[in-house]
Write a protein that binds this ligand. Structure first.
Ligand SMILES: Cc1ncc(COP(=O)(O)O)c(C=O)c1O
Length: 423
């Protein structure tokens, strides 16, 4: 297999050529949203130029639009490892999809029922369920974290699972500190008490292969704008579970969970993003040896190979970042920093700097063309739990596969200067 050629991949992303004061910008803001390859931009434009129509018409552009949407459902089913495109529903974004399907799940619940959320999650997988629970008189139990390594406290989870638990909402990876949860294990435990599972894979999806069938989760959600596509969300739901839930839909709608006219141009772009990831798999992955290679479609094998190649590349990159951060006096890493535990984290690293507010640090980095996020990133409960709410949250350096070792080194140098002057 050829070595991962990050420069060749970067050449596909026009935004990555952006310069500021004569230097190429380092986009380390991926957890907030990634840049897109040219083919995604082209697919959106091409949709408008050649296939722009509503669904179900008796004319060519409507047929083209519907064929594209069918293909996109099949591609995202392959991206997630779903058994059928019918198990994939597109929507405005993860939050809106969650509020929508949450209403359906909530309609089956009432007083005496319990749901479990976690202190590690983005509020889109917490407040959404709390709102549903308040509406239905359902009790919410929140699983705590272990403060030392910012991982989920699995003993606390265990203590919160009872015969009354009807739903466990958990993140695949933390968008704030990068922790990857043992999702398959959590799903198995939830199922043992008869609960449904809802996995927020928004922060994980750009960083590794997803296999909803191996996880056995009832639901899993992600958003294409975090994995090199446009702003559109995708929900996986097990066919039997989706079929058993009441749906809130208008009378003539053909789908029970996709409401109104879809963002077809974004869906076309999402399809092109899966195409890009397939190419990554073909170029740098092991398409024949991918897990489940025997039964999987060619597209699924290529996608898994692509995401697996991305895991290997990103792991090295984040190792370099964490080692460098650990050597800067005054910098504290929140979350897993032990290189032996690399498989337990995504390359999203949050830090605090002694004497320097996260916003001030982000501004200083932004001025030298290094784009990072500060704040709570809507992981509001987690940032409160870490005692960082009153100091402006944390500074988040988010790597994806188009970032480079040179960008990491440049960021470390800038941080060293900043931390030095702050002390
Ligand atoms: C982990 C996680 N979950 C959910 C969301 C919300 O996703 P969306 O913007 O698609 O609603 C985000 C967005 O940052 C996220 O990082």
């Amino acid at each position: 297999m050829p070595a991962f050629d990050v420069d060749a991949l970067r050449a596909e992303f026009p935004a990555l050529a952006r310069e500021q004061d004569g230097r190429t910008v380092a986009f380390l803001d991926g957890p907030g949203g990634t840049q897109v390859p040219q083919r995604v931009i082209d697919a959106v434009g091409d949709y408008f130029a050649n296939a722009n129509a509503n669904s179900g018409g008796a004319f060519t552009t409507s047929e083209l639009s519907d064929a594209m949407a069918d293909e996109a459902h099949a591609a995202v089913a392959d991206f997630l490892g779903a058994a059928s495109p019918d198990e994939v529903k597109f929507g405005y974004n993860m939050t809106t999809l969650t509020l929508h399907v949450g209403r359906s799940i909530g309609a089956t619940l009432g007083p005496g029922d319990e749901i479990v959320v976690t202190a590690l999650d983005h509020e889109a997988n917490v407040s959404t369920w709390e709102a549903m629970a308040a509406d239905r008189g359902v009790t919410v139990r929140k699983v705590d974290i272990r403060e030392d390594d910012v991982t989920l406290d699995l003993e606390d989870l265990e203590s919160k699972l009872t015969a009354r638990t009807k739903l466990v909402a958990v993140g695949y990876a933390s968008n704030a500190v990068g922790t990857i949860n043992p999702v398959a294990e959590i799903v198995a435990r939830a199922h043992e008490v008869g609960a449904l599972t809802y996995v927020d894979a928004v922060a994980y999806a750009p960083h590794g292969p997803i296999d909803v069938r191996a996880l056995d989760t009832d639901f899993l959600v992600c958003s294409a704008y975090k994995w090199f596509g446009p702003h559109v969300g995708a929900l996986y739901g097990k066919a039997a579970v989706l079929g058993s839930l009441p749906a809130f839909k208008v009378r003539p709608a053909h789908d029970r969970f996709e409401t109104g006219t879809a963002a077809f141009e974004s869906i076309a772009g999402m399809l092109a993003a899966t195409d890009y990831l397939r190419d990554v798999g073909r170029a740098y992955g092991d398409v024949t040896g991918a897990p489940g290679a025997g039964e999987a479609s060619e597209r699924r094998r290529e996608l898994v190979a692509g995401m697996t190649a991305i895991v290997a590349y990103e792991r090295e990159l984040v190792g370099r970042l964490i080692a460098g951060l650990g050597a800067i006096p005054g910098v504290m890493i929140h979350g897993i920093a032990d290189s032996a535990r690399a498989a337990e984290r995504a390359p999203t690293v949050s830090i605090s700097i002694d004497g320097l507010a996260p916003r001030a640090a982000a501004e200083a980095l932004g001025r030298v063309g290094i784009y990072v996020w500060d704040g709570d990133f809507y992981a509001t409960g987690l940032i409160e739990r870490l005692g960082k709410a009153d100091v402006g949250g944390v500074l988040r350096i988010g790597l994806v596969h188009y970032n480079t070792a040179a960008e990491v080194d440049r960021t470390l140098e800038a941080l060293e200067r900043l931390a030095g002057t702050a002390r």
